[in-house]
Structure formats: structure tokens, C-alpha cells
Design a protein around this ligand. Structure first.
Ligand code: NAD
Ligand code: UGA
Length: 443
């Protein structure tokens, strides 16, 4: 018999856990949701000033204002949040492993495994455990094994429900998802668990957009989606280099090929290179998995997407270095530090790589970003062991960042950077300023 879901717990209050649970809380006012995190400062921030939530997303603070402390709670009490929940979402980070087997490639599952241990420890009643994090194929088996070994009194059903939101548009993506994917086991209890989750999403997602599959298909579909999206960016970026040499224009090229319905216009914007916490790590994970299954050619194919991405970032930095070759005291104003517009997230941002190369070539830098904290900019560079950090100044406005600069580098597609008024050379990594001296993909 189906039980009515009235209590959900989400472990992980990050870029996925925070926005996703806020939207579920808004759409399901009769379900109580506790979002927990091992980082207590983050929970304090979610409970604090609406202008300073840990995640910046257009529209998010308005939703949090409506649901917080009504049916959405950011809580430090992990044990009772788990114990009271019927469904537990696991939305913790799954970064690339830094040590051990698969180092530099495989996803590090230690945070997910810790969650499974906590769930086993604090559960007294049956639970549906939902993998929201992006995980390698067949992780659900591992989670199930831990849960069953460590708690024999409770039945756990594991579902895969990967998240497809993009940062900067997360709320819209969650309201109007292209699809919701739910993978579960083909057993009576598995089907029952799938149906419970389908019911929740059906409150606002049309039923035909909710796709149910087996667990492994769902896990792989997430990696495959990100790989396909990143592949399109590397494809157009590879053409941007060819355009510059041959005299074609990558913006016109992108439009021309994107008008073919079979290709489509999305994810065909040439850029300094894709960033963000997921594309690189998920492709590395895919490469690792392919190698694991002995599929060398498949692994090489996907690795090439990352190689072109590195090539593009280096190409942009080297263009800047060449342009400033004959100047003595070189100053670059860099606009944009996040990995894309409308987010405060700078993980794997192309700006970090370009800034490191410039600083290490004795170029002084002034950086401006409307959303990223100064301390994050410094720690991003320190984490990449950047030398000459003292040649860096963090500006608080576009005007300040471009003042006296020899060259202005536009890194993201923010409206604020569209009409730059400066006598400096303007290098545009995203084609926002049509009067720039150098624009990626234009000769
Ligand atoms: P994040 O780093 O922003 O948040 C993860 C949170 O989990 C952190 O706050 C961390 O403190 C917490 N955490 C880790 N281990 C914990 C534990 N054992 N108990 C309690 N809390 C714990 O990560 P994110 O960007 O939200 O990504 C989460 C997952 O979702 C990843 O697998 C990612 O690949 C995937 N994903 C991310 C996005 C995105 O846009 N960021 C989109 C789709 C999918
Ligand atoms: C991406 C996917 O779009 C989401 O579906 C997925 O859920 C998410 O990864 C994830 O798994 O984390 P996200 O990284 O937040 O979302 O943002 P995107 O809009 O995909 O942009 C990624 C990078 O690609 C950015 O640096 C962006 O500037 C760049 N990009 C995007 C281009 O260079 N060209 C384009 O045409 C599009």
C-alpha cells in the first residue's frame, strides 16, 4: 500500500539541494522538508539574510522568503531529519578524486558514502533514498550494499533522480524542466517508490515529461547529457580557431549550422571555454568508466572534448600576451570571474586559468565580478598555486577595473559588460561587444 509522503530530508544544501528543495517546498506546501548539511555555516547562511544566501540564483530568494520556516527548514539536526523523513534526497558533492585509485579522473564518492552511513545509522522506518548527486553508473548498488549491511531492520529503496538544472537559470529550469528522470528497480517496492516520486513532480511537471527508467540508464543519462552539451561547446570552439585562421566568422557559422533542425541552435556559442563544477568532472568520470570497461577509443573520444577546452583557454590567454608584447608595465582589466553570468559560482571558471597564465607572465590584473566574493577570487588562484598574486587588484566596479588598463578582457556574457567605453584594447571572449579589438572566432 502507498503511504502519503509528508516529510522529506535533503542532505546537501549546495547549488542543487538549496534551489531544488525550495521549489519542491513551494509546489508541495503539505510536505515538510528539512535540508541539512555538514557545513553548519552554510545552514546559518540559508537561515540568514535573504540578500546573502549561499547560492545566488535569479528568483531564489523570493521563493525562500515564501517557504522558509513554513514547510522548508534548513536544519543542523541531521539525525532527526533523517529519522523523520520518508524520502531522503542525497545532493552532496561528487568531485574528481584527488588521491587513490582513479585519482584525477573518477568521481570521489566519499561524501555519498558518508551519507549512506548516516542514513543507515539514523533510520528506524523504511526509506526511499534518492540519488540527486551526479554519480557513476552502478553507484546505487554500492549505496544499497552499505545501507543493507549497516541497518538490517529497515527496507531501503534506491532511486536515481539526476538533476539537470543549469546555474543562473536554476529556478526556471526547475519550474519548467525539459524532463524529469527517475530510475528505479523493476520490483513491486521499486515501482512503488518510483510512483511516490512521480507524484511529487507531477504537481507541476506534465506527466509526459517524467521519464522512468532502470537505475543504471538514469545514472548514465546524466553523464551522457553533460558530455553531449560540453561536446557541442568544444566543437564550436574548435571551429572558432579555424574561423580566425580562415576568415570565416564563428557567430555566423554558429547561426548557419544551428538553423538545421537536426543540429539546433543551443550550446553553440563560442567562448573562452566552458567552466563550472560539472562538465569537466563528469567527462573525466565518463573517460574513467569507459577505460574501466576496456573501451579505449570511447575514452579517447570524450577526453578530446576536454583537450579542446584547455586549448581554448590557453589560446585566449596567449592572444592577450602577444597583444601586450611591446608594453612594459602591462595592466589587464578582467570582467567576469564566475564561470557564467548570473551566478556567484566560480568553480572551474575559465577566468581562473586565464588569470593564472597572465599573472605568471608578469601582467598586472584588475578583476571585477558583480557576484563573486573577493575572498573566493583569491582562494581560486591560490588553489591553482598561482604565483604573482600580489599583482592582482580586485575592483568594485567596471569603471574601476578598466581604468588605465592596456587591455580589457571580457570573460562572461553579462549585460553589464556589453557597452564598454574604453580606449584600451578590448578582447571579447563571448562576443558581447561588437567593437572589440579581438573577439573569439573573428579574424
Ligand atoms: P555543492 O558543493 O554546492 O553542495 C554540496 C553540499 O553537500 C555542500 O554544502 C557540503 O557541505 C554538503 N555535504 C557533503 N557531504 C555531506 C555529508 N556527508 N552530510 C551532509 N552534507 C554534506 O554541490 P552542488 O553543486 O550542489 O552539486 C551536488 C551534486 O549535484 C554533484 O554531484 C553535482 O555533480 C550535481 N549537480 C550539480 C549541478 C550544479 O549546477 N551545481 C547541477 C546538476 C547536478
Ligand atoms: C550544466 C548543464 O547545462 C546542466 O544541464 C547540468 O545540470 C549541470 O551542468 C550540472 O550537471 O552541473 P551549468 O554548468 O550550471 O549547467 O551551466 P551551463 O549553462 O551548461 O554552462 C556551462 C559552461 O559552458 C559555462 O562556462 C558557459 O559559459 C559555457 N557555455 C555554455 C559556452 O561556452 N557556450 C555555450 O553555448 C553554452
Amino acid at each position: 500500500m502507498e503511504t502519503k509522503i509528508s516529510n522529506i530530508c535533503c542532505i546537501g544544501a549546495g547549488y542543487v539541494g538549496g534551489p531544488t528543495m525550495s521549489v519542491i517546498a513551494l509546489k508541495c506546501p503539505n510536505i515538510k522538508i528539512n535540508v541539512v548539511d555538514s557545513n553548519e555555516n552554510k545552514i546559518d547562511a540559508w537561515n540568514g539574510d535573504l540578500e546573502k544566501l549561499p547560492v545566488y540564483e535569479p528568483g531564489l530568494s523570493e521563493i525562500v522568503k515564501k517557504v522558509r520556516n513554513n514547510n522548508l527548514f534548513f536544519s543542523k539536526d541531521i539525525p532527526s531529519s533523517i529519522e523523520n523523513a520518508q524520502i531522503i534526497f542525497v545532493a552532496v558533492n561528487t568531485p574528481t578524486k584527488k588521491t587513490g585509485k582513479g585519482k584525477g579522473m573518477a568521481a570521489d564518492l566519499k561524501y555519498v558514502i558518508n551519507c549512506a552511513k548516516d542514513i543507515a545509522k539514523y533510520s528506524k522506518t523504511d526509506k526511499i533514498v534518492v540519488e540527486k548527486s551526479t554519480l557513476p553508473v552502478r553507484t546505487a548498488e554500492k549505496i544499497k550494499q552499505i545501507l543493507r549491511e549497516e541497518n538490517k531492520d529497515v527496507n531501503f529503496e534506491i532511486l536515481s533522480n539526476p538533476e539537470f538544472l543549469a546555474e543562473g537559470t536554476a529556478i526556471n529550469d526547475l519550474f519548467k524542466s525539459d524532463r524529469v528522470l527517475i530510475g528505479g528497480e523493476n520490483t513491486d517496492t521499486g515501482t512503488n517508490a518510483i510512483n511516490q516520486l512521480v507524484k511529487i513532480y507531477s504537481r507541476w511537471i506534465p506527466r509526459e515529461k517524467i521519464l522512468t527508467t532502470n537505475v543504471w540508464t538514469s545514472e548514465l543519462a546524466k553523464l551522457a547529457s553533460n558530455a553531449m552539451l560540453a561536446q557541442r561547446i568544444s566543437s564550436i570552439n574548435s571551429f572558432s580557431a579555424l574561423c580566425e585562421k580562415s576568415g570565416a566568422n564563428v557567430f555566423e557559422l554558429s547561426k548557419a549550422i544551428g538553423m538545421d533542425k537536426r543540429i539546433g541552435p543551443h550550446f553553440l556559442n563560442a567562448s573562452v571555454g566552458f567552466g563550472g563544477s560539472c562538465f569537466k568532472k563528469d567527462i573525466l568520470n565518463l573517460v574513467y568508466l569507459s577505460k574501466h570497461y576496456g573501451l579505449t577509443e570511447v575514452a579517447e573520444f570524450w577526453l578530446q572534448v576536454l583537450k579542446i577546452n584547455d586549448y581554448q583557454k590557453n589560446r585566449f590567454a596567449n592572444k592577450i600576451i602577444e597583444a601586450l608584447n611591446d608594453k612594459n608595465d602591462k595592466l589587464v582589466g578582467m570582467l567576469g570571474w564566475s564561470f557564467k553570468e548570473n551566478t556567484n559560482d566560480s568553480r572551474e571558471s575559465a577566468s581562473i586559468y586565464v588569470a593564472k597564465i597572465l599573472l605568471e607572465n608578469n601582467i598586472n590584473l584588475k578583476i571585477y565580478d558583480p557576484l563573486v566574493e573577493k575572498s573566493s577570487i583569491i582562494s581560486d588562484l591560490k588553489n591553482k598555486n598561482t604565483s604573482n598574486i600580489s599583482n592582482l587588484y580586485i575592483s568594485s566596479s567596471v569603471t574601476e577595473a578598466i581604468e588605465s588598463a592596456d587591455l580589457v578582457a571580457i570573460m562572461i556574457n553579462s549585460d553589464e559588460f556589453k557597452n564598454i567605453n574604453s580606449d584600451a584594447l578590448i578582447f571579447d571572449g563571448r562576443g558581447a561587444n561588437q567593437y572589440s579589438t579581438y573577439t573569439i572566432g573573428k579574424s
